[in-house]
Design a protein around this ligand. Structure first.
Ligand code: G6P
Length: 362
C-alpha cells in the first residue's frame, strides 16, 4: 500500500526518520540562508525577540526536551532569559510574567491541545506568540503571530526523532539571529557548525550494528534503565529515556548525574543498565565520577562520549561537534539504542501501545 512505498526499503518509519536527520539539518541550513550566507529569518520575529524581556517556551513530550536545549542556546548565544514550561501545567502553575513576554510554542504537529490551551489564554492578554512547528498551517501555527518551520518533512513514527533535532537546529538559528540583532559578537558560525553536525549524524547512522549490539547487551532483558548526564547531556538523557520508554516499554529515567545520589541510586542493583552521556568537556570528569559510583553498586555502565574526551573503555564515541550543538548528535545513538531495544523485545516500533502521534484532547 501507499505507506509501504513511503517507507521504501526501511522496516519502520522510525528508522527511516532517524536516518533522514543529516538531510533535515542540511535542508534547514538551506532554507534559512540568504544568498550572501547570512541567516534568513523574518524581521518581525527578530523584532519580537529583541523587544521581549523574557521568553516563555511552552511544549510537551519530546518538543519539551527540545525546548530545554533551546533555552540554553538562547541564553548562551543571545543572552536573553528563557523559561521552559510543560504545556499541560502552565496555566495551573503559572509563573509571574515579565513585562514583555514572548511565548514560543514548540510542536511537531502544531495540534497539541495542551499547547493550544495556553496559546488561547496568552492571546487573550495580547501577548505575542511564535510557533516552531513541522506543520505550517497547523492550528498552533495559524493562531500564533509568527511561525518558524522546522522543515523535517512528514514524521510518521509516533516516537519523534527528526522533528526534535530539527527543532534544536531552528532554535540555534533563532538564537544567533537574535544575538546579531543586538550586536553581540559571536565566534560561532551556526550554518557552518550545523553542517558539521549533519556530517557527524551521517557517521552515526552508519554505525547501526554497533548500537544494535549495545541495545542487545544492555537492554534485551532488563526491567529498567537509567540515563545520566550533566549540563546539556542531562536534557538529552531525558529524551533518551523517553524514547526507550515509548517504544520498548522499559522503565527508564533520565537523571542529572549529581542528583542520582540523592535518592535514585537506591534503585541500582546488580546489572542495572546505566547509560551515561559525556559530551561536555567541563563536566567530563564529574559524570565519570558518577559512573564509578553506580558501578561500585553493581550497575552495568555504558558510557557514550564525544571524541576528544573519550576513554578507551567507553562503549561508543560520537564525532566532535561544537559544544553548543552536542544534543543534536548525542541523541542519535540513544534513538537507535531505543529502536533496537524495541526490536529485540518484539515491540511495535512505529505504533507503540497507548500513544498517539498528536494529542488533540487536554
Ligand atoms: C505526543 C507524542 C509525542 C510528542 C508530543 C508532543 O504525546 O506521542 O511524541 O512529543 O505529543 O507533540 P507535538 O506535536 O506537540 O510536538
Amino acid at each position: 500500500d501507499a505507506s509501504d512505498i513511503e517507507k521504501g526499503t526501511y522496516p519502520h518509519y522510525m528508522l527511516k526518520e532517524i536516518d533522514e536527520q543529516p538531510f533535515v539539518i542540511r535542508n534547514i541550513i538551506q532554507q534559512y540562508q540568504n544568498e550572501d550566507g547570512t541567516i534568513r529569518l523574518d524581521d518581525d520575529i527578530r523584532d519580537a525577540m529583541k523587544q521581549s524581556d523574557r521568553i516563555y517556551v511552552i511544549a510537551a513530550g519530546t518538543s519539551y526536551h527540545a525546548g530545554l536545549v533551546g533555552k540554553q542556546l538562547i541564553e548562551k548565544i543571545a543572552k536573553r532569559p528563557v523559561e521552559v514550561h510543560i504545556a499541560s501545567e502552565f496555566l495551573y502553575n503559572m509563573p509571574l510574567l515579565s513585562e514583555n513576554p514572548l511565548f514560543i510554542f514548540i510542536s511537531q504537529s502544531g495540534e497539541t491541545a495542551d499547547l493550544r490551551g495556553v496559546l488561547v489564554e496568552v492571546k487573550k492578554h495580547g501577548y505575542q506568540a511564535l510557533t516552531i512547528t513541522n506543520v505550517p498551517g497547523s492550528t498552533l501555527s495559524r493562531e500564533a503571530d509568527f511561525t518558524l518551520h522546522t522543515f523535517a518533512g512528514p514524521e510518521i513514527a509516533v516516537a519523534s526523532t527528526k522533528a526534535y533535532t530539527a527543532q534544536m537546529a531552528v532554535f540555534t538559528l533563532l538564537a544567533v539571529d537574535t544575538a546579531n540583532a543586538q550586536g553581540i559578537e559571536l565566534d560561532f558560525d551556526p550554518l557552518q557548525e550545523l553542517g558539521i553536525v549533519a556530517n557527524a549524524m551521517e557517521v552515526l547512522t552508519d554505525q547501526k550494528e554497533k548500537l544494535e549490539k549495545i541495545a542487545r547487551h544492555y537492554l534485551a532483558v532488563s526491567r529498567n534503565a537509567f540515563f545520566i548526564g550533566r549540563a546539556a547531556d542531562y536534557y538529552v538523557c531525558l529524551e533518551g529515556a523517553l524514547k526507550l520508554k515509548e517504544i520498548s516499554y522499559i522503565q527508564a529515567e533520565g537523571f542529572a548525574g549529581g542528583e542520582l545520589k540523592h535518592g535514585t541510586i537506591a534503585l541500582i542493583e546488580d546489572g542495572t543498565p546505566v547509560i551515561a552521556l559525556a559530551t561536555q568537556e567541563h563536566v567530563n570528569l564529574s559524570i565519570r565520577g558518577n559512573v564509578k559510583e553506580v558501578a561500585a553498586r553493581g550497575a552495568s555502565p555504558c558510557i557514550i562520549s564525544m571524541e576528544g574526551m573519550n576513554e578507551e573503555t567507553d562503549a561508543f564515541v560520537i564525532p566532535a561537534v561544537h559544544e553548543f550543538l552536542t544534543p543534536l548528535v548525542s541523541v542519535l545513538p540513544l534513538q537507535l539504542i531505543a529502536y533496537y531495544a524495541a526490536l529485540h523485545r518484539d515491540c511495535d516500533v512505529d505504533k507503540p501501545r497507548n500513544l498517539a502521534k498528536s494529542v488533540t484532547v487536554e
